[in-house]
Design a binder for this molecule. Structure first.
Ligand code: TYD
Length: 141
């Protein structure tokens, strides 16, 4: 929470279309997520104790769902940090631009699905935390 009591993000519920056969979640771009989906990737088989992410995107918007298992997502906007536990295939988290993020505590079975609004572009990444802080501070001026 910040000084206004605002959270850095909130888990977005996804509608589960279940019937006697089991469950199904559909995610449509510009509807269930606030962007057109251009890329899908998933992280799985993560080695125990590993932290992933550790970067921010300059412009890319993403949406992450632990479709199996669980992991922790840490967000840092340059002023404060907040953690979210992803453990539900029926809810996800927007990763907005200029949000430093780190994923940790992956369960061995975790499959973390990520939807993105554009193609992979290494130039969009800020992978150095001090650089991230200086960019957020210069944008705040
Ligand atoms: P990386 O960005 O290091 O993963 P994370 O930051 O989530 O821990 O990506 C790992 C590798 O996969 C790296 O060589 C870049 C590559 N990659 C792609 O080719 N396309 C993609 O869409 C993503 C996310 C990564």
């Amino acid at each position: 929470m910040d000084q206004n009591g605002e959270s850095l993000a909130r888990l977005r519920p996804l509608a589960v279309r279940g019937d006697a056969r089991g469950s199904l979640v559909a995610i449509e771009g510009l509807s269930d997520v606030p962007f057109a989906i251009a890329r899908v990737y998933y992280v799985f088989g993560t080695t125990s104790g590993v932290d992933r992410g550790l970067h921010a995107h300059r412009r890319a918007r993403q949406f992450a769902v632990a479709v199996r298992g669980s992991c922790t997502m840490l967000f840092d906007d340059g002023r404060r940090r907040e953690q979210f536990r992803l453990d539900d295939p029926a809810s996800g988290l927007m990763i907005e631009p200029m949000m430093w993020h780190e994923m940790s505590d992956f369960s061995p079975d975790c499959v973390l699905l990520v939807l993105a609004d554009g193609p992979y572009d290494e130039a969009d990444y800020i992978r150095d935390y001090d650089q991230f802080l200086s960019v957020t501070r210069s944008e705040a001026e």
